[in-house]
Design a protein around this ligand. Structure first.
Ligand SMILES: Nc1nc2c(ncn2[C@@H]2O[C@H](COP(=O)(O)OP(=O)(O)O)[C@@H](O)[C@H]2O)c(=O)[nH]1
Ligand SMILES: [Mg+2]
Length: 395
């Protein structure tokens, strides 16, 4: 399923989100595998009392993002919506503007009935959408209950939507929501009192004496026309940059799909060695002989990665020589990356000592190269990508 998600299969995405939302037994495994893709979206929470125009704004934000070519996931949380039904008719009608656009994936989620709590379900859905390559995830939630405050923590940036003349309704918001707001939106700015509300917010922010790295701005928008939405998106990006600083930028710079692919263990005899791993509960799913390498391999999946037992078919092969010189043992560690060629170029440019002259094509069309132990702390490191056919199906 993760392979299908990675390839951008929308039906797999819908199924995966449902699995996670229902907290099915496979959900934990699926989530782990999704996290291991290393893919991460910009998660934006849009919260505020009912009727302020959150859905209208989310719709405009989607429009804005699609205009920039970004892929989007939307999670709409409605506390009044029953688990299976969904009282989000208004949202549905509006979002129908995106029907047929595979770049927009919309899911509504009820606040009651989700396994492990609402925030847990939303976080899971985010992970799945991220594995599917969604670049921005918009989470609409009503900022009134504790459940909803928890959802806010799932987001990287939280936008609190208010409208002129709300008065008491602001008081009804959970204190946590006000504090978590990174950006205040004064929506329905076409109505009287928008300027006053903006001033109130700015004044309120100025009262928080100590200097802060980010003072939440107030941005005026008109959801129905889209006015101010581009400015809002700019503020969201600016906040994401400050909030996560180094960690965030590293995440984005991190090569896509980086994860442990397998551990290659050189053994004298697969037939003799496999018994121990099978007694751990691992299962040999594939055995094959790779002629050019003069090696026989047995794969034992372990989480998202696997153990690969290697047995020489010729004493003079790399594995044969390794075993006769050093005995059985860990031969190499393999790290998966989406862009093998880019990684090869990057490491070469950095002066890393490679043990392959070029990217090789191995069994099953998988592309790989080796990094010399001199550069890795003493372990032969294999960098492996997807098979050619697989990478073509991607986004
Ligand atoms: N006048 C005006 N109406 C708006 C604006 N934004 C949204 N609305 C209307 O407000 C109502 C509630 O909007 P909706 O997006 O469903 O609010 P939500 O409950 O916060 O998601 C709808 O009738 C919208 O058309 C705006 O900027 N100005
Ligand atoms: Mg709504």
């Amino acid at each position: 399923m993760v392979a299908r998600l990675r390839a951008g299969d929308v039906r797999a995405l819908a199924r995966a989100v449902t699995l996670v939302e229902n907290g099915s037994p496979q959900a934990a495994e699926l989530l782990l595998a999704c996290r291991q893709t290393g893919r991460r979206a910009l998660r934006v929470g849009v919260t505020g009392p009912p009727g302020v125009g959150k859905s209208t704004l989310v719709d405009q934000m989607v429009r804005c993002l699609r205009g920039e070519g970004q892929t989007v996931g939307v999670i709409a949380v409605d506390p009044s919506s029953p688990y299976t039904g969904g009282a989000l008719l208004g949202d549905r009608i509006r979002m129908q503007g995106f029907a047929g656009d595979a770049g927009v994936f919309i899911r509504s989620m009820a606040s009651r009935g989700t396994m492990g709590g609402l925030a847990h379900g939303v976080e899971g859905a985010c992970c799945v959408m991220e594995a599917a390559g969604r670049e921005v995830i918009l989470i609409e939630t009503v900022g009134v209950g504790q459940d909803e405050v928890d959802v806010v923590r799932v987001a990287d940036v939280t936008v609190l939507v208010l409208v002129p003349g709300m008065g008491d309704e602001v008081q009804s918001l959970k204190a946590g929501v006000m504090e978590a707001a990174d950006i205040f939106v004064v929506n329905k700015a076409d109505r009287e009192g928008a300027e006053r509300l903006e001033t109130e917010i700015v004044t309120m922010q100025a009262l928080g004496a100590e200097p802060r790295e980010w003072v939440p701005p107030a941005i005026r928008t008109v959801g129905t026309s889209g006015e101010g939405v581009a400015t809002l998106m700019e503020a969201v990006r600016a906040r994401a940059a400050t909030k996560h600083g180094v960690e965030r930028s590293m995440r984005f710079q991190r090569a896509d799909g980086l994860r442990l692919d397998h551990l290659g263990i050189a053994v004298r005899s697969i037939a003799e060695a496999r018994g121990f791993y099978e007694s751990l509960g691992l299962v040999v799913t594939a055995e094959e002989t790779v002629e050019p390498e003069q090696v026989r391999t047995a794969m034992l999946p372990l989480g998202e990665s696997r153990i690969e037992l290697l047995e020489a078919t010729d004493a003079d092969s790399a594995i044969g020589r390794f075993v006769s010189k050093r005995g059985e043992g860990l031969h190499h560690v393999a790290v998966h990356v989406d862009g093998v060629d880019a990684m090869f170029a990057r490491l070469t440019a950095q002066g890393v000592r490679l043990a392959s002259a070029a990217v090789q094509v191995g069994a099953g069309g998988h592309r790989y190269f080796f990094v010399h132990p001199a550069s890795t702390g003493g372990v032969l490191l294999e960098i492996v990508g997807d098979a050619l056919a697989e990478t073509k199906g991607g986004d």
